[in-house]
Ligand binder design. Structure first.
Ligand SMILES: CC(C)(COP(=O)(O)OP(=O)(O)OC[C@H]1O[C@@H](n2cnc3c(N)ncnc32)[C@H](O)[C@@H]1OP(=O)(O)O)[C@@H](O)C(=O)NCCC(=O)NCCS
Length: 160
């Protein structure tokens, strides 16, 4: 279930983020202490408030086991970037795919966006495979990241 993120989700986020397999390809470094993930959550809460993001917690049985949503929301180009991260315990279960599908729907149908992008580490094979399964097409590689794009028209033709 997608839920609004709150400050008291910090402990849940830390619990799965301290796994080096989780954090090796993402920008938060390798968190060792609870306070290491605080900047990540604070940024989400601040940007959610300002409208630059629409980012959620993924909750199961009262526990946040991942986050996903839209960042860098750009009202001029009507676009946003998709981001996602899930506790390793749940990889391969289809949980992230189901939640990302919901977020894509929110982006195109509720927010009226024209296209979505994803930038993921070139070496993050799992994430590169995952995002192609979610309908995105590879566009280019830049600064150690592979970039993918999904146009609204492509989404409408495949998934509505
Ligand atoms: C990226 C992430 C959300 C994907 O979720 P997931 O549950 O692992 O994804 P799925 O299992 O649905 O899909 C991953 C694909 O990679 C494949 N895969 C599995 N293990 C793999 C491996 N070791 N190497 C490469 N591909 C692998 C899977 O088979 C699957 O493809 P398939 O369904 O066609 O077989 C999750 O791995 C994650 O949170 N990683 C850590 C955070 C992260 O890297 N976020 C991305 C930041 S941009």
């Amino acid at each position: 279930m997608l839920v609004d993120l709150k400050r008291n989700h910090l402990k849940d986020i830390f619990e799965y983020s301290k796994d080096p397999e989780f954090s090796r390809y993402i920008g938060m470094g390798m968190p060792n202490r609870l306070k290491d993930v605080k900047p990540f959550l604070t940024l989400i809460l601040t940007e959610n408030k300002s409208g630059r993001r629409k980012y959620f917690g993924i909750e199961i049985e009262g526990k946040v086991i991942g986050t996903a949503g839209l960042l860098n929301i750009n009202t001029s180009s009507n676009s946003a970037e998709l981001g996602y991260g899930l506790s390793r315990k749940y990889w391969g279960t289809g949980i992230m795919k189901a939640h990302v599908d919901q977020i894509i729907k929110i982006g195109f149908e509720d927010m009226g966006l024209e296209f979505l992008t994803v930038g993921t580490g070139i070496l993050n094979v799992r994430s590169n495979n995952f995002i192609k399964k979610s309908g995105f097409s590879y566009t280019n590689s830049l600064n150690d990241k592979s970039w993918y794009k999904l146009q609204k028209v492509t989404y409408e033709n495949c998934c509505t």
